[in-house]
Write a protein that binds this ligand. Structure first.
Ligand code: NDP
Ligand code: OXD
Length: 319
């Protein structure tokens, strides 16, 4: 039997954690971890599979006989823009733990805005006893943009908390107990939305979609007073200057942002100082390395048994 192809690994994650996870992964075929200087300049033409996150620009020239590419994350935008990306299947990372963590983050952010946690923190620092009597979740409509793996799970969990949840996606989705809108229903969707949750992939169509014009079409004078924007999709889908000015001018009452146009967010960015803007450093749902390797092992096994790969990227749509 011919030797099995090793898995090429080019993950710009924490190198020690990746190395540790690789010790227990791909036992039957081995791996080539490009973070290991021993592989600098190595011949990669014999490799069938690559597991990548923000891969080197010349990776696909070096590994020119790949059969499948595995993304180290759910989003694939960083790889789609690489010139010379081969026309072979690309598999996204879809994983229970990643999905659950994202929903935790989304629910937490929505509850923080519902219960004005920032306001309570301010009162606490001033030793002020200032009870608030805000709306309950059922009074608030959350509009989820992107009803994929992450958007659907987050929506379901927001509903468990009692929020009224509506959703928007490219194609119309039928989801039990939830009103949904397709791309053509954007205005109607926005007009109902008190808290907008962004879980869209970054594509040419979604670049800069969260801007002043969109924020101005959200539901005004709702139970929170002003609408709130929550984004964990991709930073380049948001116009950051528009978020800052929308919060300053009251078009938005607040925002929670996990992703940014340039990461890390620069220390002098005005968003850091804005009241009611919550910033997290793109850690709402990190890929867990062991789960990632396990997912790649499963997909390679399917591929080699002649079964269809799962979670494939649609190259035309870009996600
Ligand atoms: P999916 O591919 O499962 O879902 C994407 C959703 O977005 C689909 O509902 C799709 O519509 C919709 N969509 C895409 N383009 C458009 C468009 N132009 N107009 C309207 N709807 C559109 O992705 P996931 O749910 O798995 O992940 C979403 C994104 O979350 C990732 O691409 C990534 O960028 C981000 N992410 C961020 C993380 C973080 O730590 N901050 C962690 C993981 C992911 P349709 O259903 O009709 O195809
Ligand atoms: C992802 C991410 O896409 O972590 O998985 O951003």
């Amino acid at each position: 039997m011919p030797a099995k192809s090793p898995v090429l690994v080019d993950l710009k994650f924490d190198p020690a954690t990746v190395a540790k996870a690789l010790e227990a992964a791909f036992a039957d075929r081995g791996s080539i971890n490009l973070a290991d200087p021993a592989h600098k300049g190595a011949d990669l033409s014999h490799v069938d599979y690559a597991l990548v996150w923000k891969p080197d620009a010349d990776l696909f020239e070096r590994a020119r006989n790949l059969k499948v590419i595995f993304s180290g994350g759910a989003g694939v935008d960083s790889m789609m823009s690489i010139a010379g990306l081969p026309d072979i299947p690309i598999v996204r990372f879809v994983d229970r733990s990643l999905t659950v963590r994202m929903s935790e983050w989304v629910v937490m952010q929505c509850l923080m805005h519902l219960r004005d946690v920032q306001g309570h923190f301010r009162s606490q620092r001033q030793r002020l006893w200032a009870p608030q009597h805000g709306p309950e979740a059922a009074d608030v409509t959350i509009g989820v943009m992107g009803l994929g793996v992450l958007g659907c799970d987050a929506a379901a969990k927001l509903k468990v908390m009692g929020f009224n949840v509506i959703g928007w996606s490219r194609g119309k989705k039928e989801i039990d107990g939830m009103e949904t809108f397709d791309a053509s229903g954007l205005d109607a969707f926005l007009a109902r939305t008190d808290i907008l949750v962004g879980l869209l992939p970054l594509t040419p169509e979604t670049m800069g979609i969260y801007n002043t014009s969109l924020f101005s079409r959200l539901h005004r004078n709702g139970p929170l007073g002003k609408p709130v924007f929550v984004n964990a999709g991709r930073g380049k889908s948001q116009v950051q200057a528009d978020i800052a000015s929308a919060v300053r001018t009251g078009i938005l009452g607040g925002a929670s942002l996990d992703v940014f146009v340039v990461e890390p967010l620069s220390a002098d960015d005005p968003l850091w100082d804005l009241e009611n803007v919550i910033i997290t450093p793109h850690d709402s749902a990190v890929s867990e390395e062991k789960a990632l390797m396990h997912h790649v092992e499963e997909q390679i096994a399917r591929f080699e048994r002649g079964e269809p790969l799962q979670h494939l990227v649609d190259r035309g749509r870009g996600y």
